[in-house]
Write a protein that binds this ligand. Structure first.
Ligand code: PEP
Ligand code: MG
Length: 328
């Protein structure tokens, strides 16, 4: 079985009717790079940059960030690397963040100063990270992703800073690509999903983060054992939000990927393709099996299947349908 999955590496992620699906990797620590290469990822759909800020007393400076991003961009040899700016706060380990950076430690950190909210409160963090990413953008294909967006104005505010930083770097003589790397928004809160049409006007692409989307939609903290059984990305509320955001992107022909855990589950591929998703970013180890699933599917079947699933309102029935795909 292993060698069969290995042979898949050189085959395209293409449905039986010839529709291409982009299979990318999520990267949390650079040590995963060899695995990503081995799995045949067509780029990095989500580079979580939190690792750079962990387990240290001070903040990583611009040059340290450049070195880290450069090693990933070079290793990906021409494939696109989607770098997400710091998603700190919420359930992410705040203890480790360098002192002096305000994060919500109150009663409800998940609803507080997290992701883009923190970065806009401390714009010098965002400026430095943008500068570092821009400096490597001449070395390969790069995109920038904003975490925890809930309103369009956050994307607009980040873009103002982004363009200001680019201007400053150019004045300094840095070689930046003529067209700046795309600036995208994570769709990972119900608010962002339901306002996806408005956010799409400010963002260059979407990455749907189903981990947080499910958590915030269902009001379930996965780390909370007593309610973990309620955590269900197949809950119709979550699926409807994914559908709404995807359709907003499709209308504008804007790239839209799914990068939460859902994306790495082969049994959910028919549904996601049927909803119109054509890019999935996942743990590298999941890529061969997801590719295998893609290669066995027909897009029209997927679309029909998704319509059937989206008519359902009972999570148990949806789980049953998804589990039984292709069996009837
Ligand atoms: C998500 O929320 O689905 C996501 C991909 O981001 P993270 O898991 O890093 O919060
Ligand atoms: Mg998230």
């Amino acid at each position: 079985e292993k060698s069969r999955l290995g042979r898949l590496r050189s085959l395209p992620a293409e449905t039986t009717d010839g529709e291409r699906v982009e299979l990318q990797a999520n990267l949390e620590i650079p040590a995963e790079l060899p695995l990503i290469h081995q799995a045949g990822a067509e780029g990095i759909g989500l580079l979580r940059t939190e690792f750079l800020f962990m387990n240290r007393e001070d903040l990583p400076d611009e040059d340290a960030q450049v070195a880290a991003y450069r090693s990933v961009v070079e290793a990906m040899a021409g494939h696109c690397v989607t770098i997400r700016v710091l998603d700190w706060g919420g359930e992410k380990d705040m203890e480790a963040l360098a002192q002096g950076v305000p994060v919500s430690t109150g009663t409800n950190p998940a609803l507080g100063l997290r992701g883009i909210r923190l970065l806009l409160k401390r714009p010098e963090l965002l400026e430095e990270q943008f500068a570092a990413i821009l400096r490597v953008s001449a070395m390969g294909k790069v995109r920038i992703l904003l975490p925890m967006v809930t309103v369009p104005s956050e994307v607009a505010a980040a873009r103002d800073i982004y363009e200001r930083v680019a201007k400053r770097l150019r004045r300094r003589g840095e070689a930046l690509p003529e067209k700046l790397p795309p600036l995208g928004a994570m769709i990972e809160t119900p608010g962002a999903a339901l306002a996806a049409d408005a956010i799409a006007l400010e963002a260059d692409f979407f990455a749907i983060g189903t981990n947080d989307l499910a958590m915030y939609t269902l009001a379930v903290d996965r780390a909370e054992a007593d309610v973990a059984h309620l955590y269900d990305p197949l809950h119709p509320a979550v699926l409807r939000l994914v559908q709404f955001a995807t359709e907003a992107a499709l209308r504008l022909r804007m790239p839209c990927s799914v990068c939460g855990e859902m994306a790495g589950n082969p049994s959910l591929v028919p549904l996601l393709l049927g909803l119109g998703i054509r890019a999935l970013s996942m743990n590298a180890s999941a890529i061969p099996r997801v590719k295998q699933a893609v290669r066995g599917l027909d897009i029209d079947d997927c679309a029909r299947f998704a319509r059937r699933v989206m008519e359902q309102s009972d999570p148990a029935r949806i789980a049953e349908l998804v589990g039984g795909f292709g069996r009837d």
